[in-house]
Design a protein around this ligand. Sequence first.
Ligand code: 475
Length: 794
Amino acid sequence: MTDLTAPQLKADILRHLTYTLGKDAPHASRYDWRMALSFAIRDRIVEPWFASTRKTWETGHKRVYYLSMEFLIGRLLEDATINLGLRDLAEAAMGDLGQDFRAIVEDEPDAALGNGGLGRLAACFMESMATVGCPAYGYGIRYEHGLFRQRFEQGRQVEAPEDWLTQRHPWEFERPEAAYTIGFKGHLETRAGREVWVPGETVLAEAYDTPVIGWQGKWANTLRLWSAKSTTLFDLDRFNRGDYAAAAEPEALARTLSRVLYPDDTTYQGKELRLKQEFFLTSAALQDILRRFTAGGHALRDLPKHVAIQMNDTHPAIAGPELIRLLVDDHGMEFSDAMETARACLGYTNHTLLPEALERWATYTFGNILPRHMQIVERIDGWHRETYPSRPHWVGIVKHHEVRMGELAVIMSHKVNGVSALHSDLVKKNLFSELEALHPRIVNQTNGVTPRRWLKMCNRPLAGLITETLGDGWESDLDRLRGLEPHVGDKGFLKAFGAAKRQNKVALAGWIKDHCGVSVSADALFDVQVKRVHEYKRQLLNILDTIARYHDIRQNPGATWVPRVKIFGGKAAPGYAVAKEIIHLINDVAQVVNNDPVVGDRLKVVYPENYNVSLAERLIPAADLSEQISTAGKEASGTGNMKFMMNGAPTIGTLDGANVEILQEVGAENFFLFGLTAEEVGPRRANPDHARDAILASQSLQDVLQMIAEGRFSPEDPGRYHQLVHRVWHHDYFLVASDFEAYRTAQAEVDRAYADQARWLKMAALNTARSGFFSSDRTIRGYMKDIWNVTSAL
Ligand code: 475
């Protein structure tokens, strides 16, 4: 790793403060200190980064290119110090300089270039690829504004722009020399028998590189994010005529392309700008890949031997046609060879089965923005029809005047993967069954999360205990956590495990007091549901159960209650009215419950604003219970579920996504399972009275719905939730009513288990001990072997 000493690091920090920041220590702000420390740490990444790149060139090693519209990376400073083994040294050095390391770390804004699971997975993958020594580039967009900031105004979600780049981003290197022209619109011409695209608009994609350092600094890869610039210079004539705004217009127009991340998780909008963003990323990435490849002196036919390109969902699925275009139009390859070459390079990961998330572009829009690609898509479709004469007529890419990006991605890939065993099965059997029958290529790669960030960094008390118990090395060999199992029978170990959890809970309770104004007891069971707010994730089921508990406490305050803190976190897409209504209801319930003197510490409800990666790092280590309660068949995998498990929080959950595998690993006695299965969901929904029947069978649910309908949680506006209640009765697509009683029963079982602290601690510890499978290192090794055909360069 590094033999850096504290005095050396201190000197580096002071040198950067002086010469990079131009600040004298007595006048330096926290921001200045953070920059100085970040640059000092970044200096230590550069060497291994160069060494990794050099080695890849020298050995002609195959490279992986991960194309993603989202990278939800969060903060980088502490993560970098951890992977370099410099965390404690950095803390000491900053202490010597009179600075609080924690405060400096928390001064860094989150890089929130993603919406949720898909974007965070891309970030975990980047870290794991560096850790296992898989030579890789991540390609994305350098959005000026990441995911919006969420505030609550009288309980309602309000969105404000996010502006992480108004401060200097110390981790990136601008690469003005790596810039590509990206075309849109225009027309086609035939010149010398070849098709030529003459774009009507062009922008420049300029690269910004962030090194990604793996565990112990043995390997580093590059995250290359593209920023849009104008290809036409500032209009000096107009400026000189006094038309200042118009003079800057070309620049402003071009920049809209990388201005803002679309805030919709799981619904596609069909907006022109989104399609342009997708092409902008994809074309820049592919031009860069081909430039690097040809610089290596290889023949283009050999591309698949040296290059694996992974499409993170269909967002970059234009990669198929674009790669064909570059090979045919720019490099003179025959169409069929280009087709074969492209398919051998490309892989596609599906992240969702929700029909509203499957991208389809009107052929009119598609053909207008990308006329040459429209032609290529038709040709791919034709090729596919001829190659598979048995193809049912309804299977194909262009249908009903729409280009279906899922079908395009499958046809253009040599491997397609789902993200959990159950999900991959459903992708195979339902979503792409016909294509799979023609040419089997669907495989599973169950998601994972990086244990460096999601255990080592965010949970120091528990990580310390693990190292004390198992020694070093578990961080990159997470199956070694199994070594904790023999200790769960040991009282001393369980006590230490409980003490670590308690330390995190006390810290969170303090934070909740400061940030939400609610006092919670660290003795209470911390029950946490954090994720995007969506009907299928059923935050509604959770709050209905919370209301039922509130009702019961009021009926019988003298009974023995296991005190609970219900913690929610998550954003709703700005246009998703139903999800926003659920947020409002949770906040309204919190107001009433938290201020009811009858209830006291028996129940509290908190919903901190602006859930993001940094808040997840605070909440997950302090959680006792992990809520993973989606309607079965809807959550592709989940990754939060894995983070909770690692941090010793048992799951209450349905048989959905990776919950199935969590249950399998941890054992039924350490998991609170409830609810309909994916197979039962369809038949249940087929009964038109399913919700009514379930409500009539549950006095508790009737009471809860009655309380909401009466305005108990919105006394100033009693009719506020009439529609919501009506939907539960009559349009309960996600089967909240059907699963309500089963969920309540499981929650009662949770109470019983928690009341027996020895039993609970053992369950919690076994969750950590058996979480090794969910390291993203395991996932990445799976992709390397089954999809990318690439070995470690370490
Ligand atoms: C799944 N996002 C999780 C996670 O595999 C899964 C869609 C359209 C536009 C923008 N964002 C999206 C997703 O589809 C998404 O985040 N999917 C999630 O991917 C990683 O664990 O179950 O919902």
